[in-house]
Structure formats: C-alpha cells, structure tokens
Ligand binder design. Structure first.
Ligand SMILES: C[S@@+](CC[C@H](N)C(=O)[O-])C[C@H]1O[C@@H](n2cnc3c(N)ncnc32)[C@H](O)[C@@H]1O
Length: 236
C-alpha cells in the first residue's frame, strides 16, 4: 500500500505527489510570517528602497549606503555567514540606512509591506547555474522581472552584471519581450565598487533596464511554488 503522510493513496497520485516531511508546510508558513514581521519592523510603511539581490559579503551595498546616506538600502541573501559579514560592515561604518536580510529574493518580494517600493535594484553576479539542466534555477527570468515590476515605479532602474556570457545573453535576449522593463543603453552607473565576485572575474558584462509605464501583474500571480524541503541550493 502506498501512503502519503500515513494516508493510503493511489499509484497514479503517488507519481506526482511531493511528500514533504510532516510539519514542513507549517514551518514555511511560520517562516513567511516571521519575514513579513521583520520587514514590517525594519521598513517605514511608505518607503522607496534600494534593493540588492544576492548581496553576498555586502561590499557593494555598504559602500552604496555610505555614498548615498539619503537612500534606504536593503540587501538580501540566503547565506548566513555572508549576511553576518555584511551586517558587521554596516555596523562598523555606522550606516543606519543599510540593512541585510536573510531571504530568498522571491519570498522577500511576497513579504514586502504594501507601501514599500523599489527605487533601484541591483543584481551583481547572480548565481549563473551554468549546467543546462540547472538553467531553470536562474533567478533572472521573465517571470521574476514581471514580479518585481509590480513593486517598482516607472523609471526605476535595475542594474545587472555577470561574468557568465551565456546568462548575460539570455537576460539581454528576453528583456525586449517584456512590457514592464526595457533596456536602457549607455546609462552611467551611479556607483562602481567591485564585489567579491567581480574581483574574481576575468571580465564581465553589464546592462541596465528601466521600468516602463506598462501596468504590472499583481505580485501574487507570480509567487514561487513551495521550495523543495531542503530549500534552494546556491552553487556559489
Ligand atoms: C555569486 S554570489 C554573488 C555575491 C555578490 N553579489 C558579489 O558579486 O560578490 C551570489 C549570491 O546570491 C545569493 N543568492 C542566490 N540565490 C538567491 C536567491 N534566490 N535569493 C537571495 N539570494 C540568493 C547567494 O547566496 C550568493 O551569496
């Protein structure tokens, strides 16, 4: 007899059912509630934030926050030890406008308080997932751009840099098909400050996209599915 959490199930259902360990779904709900509470406490109810996705060791955002003290900066990353280093940098440099949050980027989007919008977005050397069968794990995909658009006003810029030529070409290739973002060639970056991964790169490619006036779909419609029981794995 096949069972799912102790309940008998048909062989057909067993072929597609994911057997999350007991309590996992509840744990995810608690974790999402905790992230929502953390962001509600951290961010003013109506705020424009500079968002760094995959902020790593925090070099870039800490420098950005120091250069632009009027900007409220929030970096997200999955890795605790990198977040710890980032927070220590912000503390040492006395940067009350610089915060680092442990969150998966799509979960962060979903947990963001209603009045908070992105003023600027940075994705520097996101994990390229180089193997073809792993491309589906890449964060920068059309659905993600559409989801972020729902929290970005017209004119918001998104800066992207990678040392992975194929990832770069993929992103540059699908942007013209999006209604909510368009490529903005020849725009000067407001800040250049090498990250850990930029320092390791032999060369890299950069692009900037800007939010158009086209209305975005509500963010709920592009929510990620429940993550796998072990959580997303990052190769870098
Ligand atoms: C290749 S590292 C680059 C770090 C930093 N931006 C740099 O240039 O040095 C990618 C970072 O993104 C984080 N990351 C990967 N997927 C993520 C996701 N879905 N949400 C948030 N952070 C993510 C990883 O933990 C890792 O620290």
């Amino acid at each position: 007899m096949l069972t799912l959490r102790g309940c008998p199930i048909s062989r057909a259902r067993a072929n597609w059912a994911v057997d999350y360990r007991p309590g996992f779904v509840e744990q995810i709900a608690q974790w999402r509630a905790a992230l929502r509470a953390e962001l509600a406490a951290l961010l003013p109810s109506a705020a424009s934030i500079v968002w760094e996705i995959g902020s790593g060791h925090g070099h870039f955002l800490a420098r950005y926050a120091a250069e632009f003290p009027q900007c409220l900066c929030v970096g997200v990353d999955l890795r605790n030890e990198r977040l710890g280093k980032s927070r220590r940098k912000a503390e040492r440099a006395r940067l009350p406008n610089c915060h680092f949050v442990r969150a998966e980027a799509r979960e962060f989007l979903l947990a963001l308080p209603t009045g908070v919008a992105f003023g600027e977005i940075w994705a520097l050397f996101p994990d390229p997932w180089p193997k073809k069968r792993h491309h589906k794990n890449r964060l920068l995909q059309p659905e993600f751009f559409e989801a972020v658009a729902a929290r970005a006003g017209e004119g918001t810029r998104w800066y992207f840099r990678t040392d992975h030529g194929e990832y770069f070409r993929e992103v540059a290739g699908f942007i013209p098909g999006l209604k909510t973002w368009q490529l903005e060639p020849d725009v000067a970056w407001p800040l250049e400050h090498a990250t850990v991964f930029q320092d390791r790169a032999a060369s890299y490619h950069s692009l900037v996209v800007v939010r158009t006036s086209h209305p975005a779909r509500p963010v709920e419609t592009v929510a990620p599915g429940l993550p796998p029981p072990t959580g997303p794995k990052s190769p870098a």
